[in-house]
Write a new protein. Structure first.
Length: 360
């Protein structure tokens, strides 16, 4: 079965896209849009280019009236859409928010839905397609609000920022994934300087250790940080903490039980052996929702980070299926690179002290 039609307004786009991505596409449905528009050579054409680029990423077919030389409700445009989709009329459901545009589709033999609100559309689409779209046991994906982001979770896809008109560059931390992992001394200063690529300014977003890097980017290289609204740098789950010269950083962290895992990481080779033994098990055990509490206290005494976890933990709600396999495949080489970030406490602290009187 194939779906075609006009995309609903902004209020309905989010829910509709989730339905297509989670239910329709895996079942082999094709999705398409054909729309009345014109060749935009105005000063606002960037918006048009961004919108059409976003639509083409999410739909199999996008037919523009200005390119086809036809416009709705001309029946020839509907016939053209069927040809492009390689579909028969009886296999198509057309959605549109203008009743006049549905008439030619019905005359050709297509099923039609007049769009008024998302919930009603989903109910009608469910009845026509036979696909369960509103089952309570199969909820639509939740929004990735900051409160819902687990420690260690990073989305793989970043089209939302690109769709908003930003140029997006996704970096891997030194030592992670396929990044360069030099074995010599690498200071935070050289880490920052080495990745600027000649771009004068940018907004920096980091997660976990990446958050630490972007805070120091703003601290040491403020001229390279660009403000967009009220945001210049953003860090997920690692707030900015100025270096405190009054107490040694290692002694301070030893006094906080939840940081015991970082001291388990200190002896080269120990944590690597445990975490590299079965990367799939490691990820399933550590990247979980808060429903399963994994203690990070007294790890040194317990003898490991995964002590107490079954050999084959169930996949978590946060990371499972293809995304879990993506993470496993991205693990190139050893865990030494990521763990070395934890083994550099004092050098990083001493470097940060050189900017202790500055403000972010």
């Amino acid at each position: 079965m194939k779906l075609g039609g006009e995309k609903e307004g902004k209020k309905g786009e989010k829910g509709g896209k989730k339905v297509f991505d989670q239910f329709c596409l895996p079942l082999g449905f094709k999705t398409g849009i054909f729309t009345n528009n014109w060749v935009d050579d105005s000063s606002g054409r960037l918006f048009t280019a961004t919108l059409l680029g976003a639509l083409r990423r999410h739909f199999d077919v996008v037919i523009e009236s200005c390119r086809a030389g036809l416009h709705k409700p001309d029946p020839r445009l509907y016939a053209h859409a069927l040809e492009v989709l390689q579909a028969k009329p009886q296999d198509v459901i057309l959605l549109d928010d203008i009743g006049e545009n549905l008439k030619p589709a019905r005359e050709l033999g297509m099923a039609t839905i007049l769009v008024r609100d998302t919930q009603t559309v989903l109910k009608e689409l469910q009845e026509l397609s036979g696909v369960q779209l509103l089952h309570e046991d199969e909820p639509l994906p939740t929004a990735c609000d900051p409160a819902d982001v687990s420690h260690g979770y990073v989305p793989i896809r970043i089209p939302a920022l690109a769709d908003a008109g930003f140029r997006v560059i996704a970096l891997e931390m030194k030592g992670y994934g396929e990044s360069t992992a030099p074995l010599g001394e690498l200071t935070p200063s050289s880490q920052l300087r080495g990745g600027l690529w000649g771009i004068p300014q940018a907004v920096f977003i980091g997660h976990d250790w990446g958050g630490v890097v972007v805070w120091h980017m703003a601290l040491f290289y403020p001229e390279r940080v660009r403000w967009v609204g009220a945001v210049a740098v953003a860090s997920l789950n690692t707030p900015y903490r100025p270096a405190d010269p009054s107490v040694d950083i290692v002694e301070k962290m030893k006094s906080i039980p939840t940081f015991d895992y970082q001291f388990y990481f200190q002896e080269p080779g120990v944590a690597e052996a445990e975490l590299e033994k079965d990367v799939g098990r490691t990820l399933k055990a550590l990247i979980r929702s808060t429903r399963v509490v994994a203690s990070i206290r007294a790890l040194c005494a317990a003898g490991g980070l995964l002590v107490g976890f079954p050999e084959n933990p169930p996949e978590s709600l946060i990371l499972h299926g293809p995304e879990l396999q993506y993470y496993v495949q991205r693990r190139v080489g050893t865990m030494m690179g990521p763990l070395n970030w934890y083994r550099n406490m004092r050098p990083n602290w001493r470097w940060a002290l050189t900017a202790k009187d500055r403000k972010v």
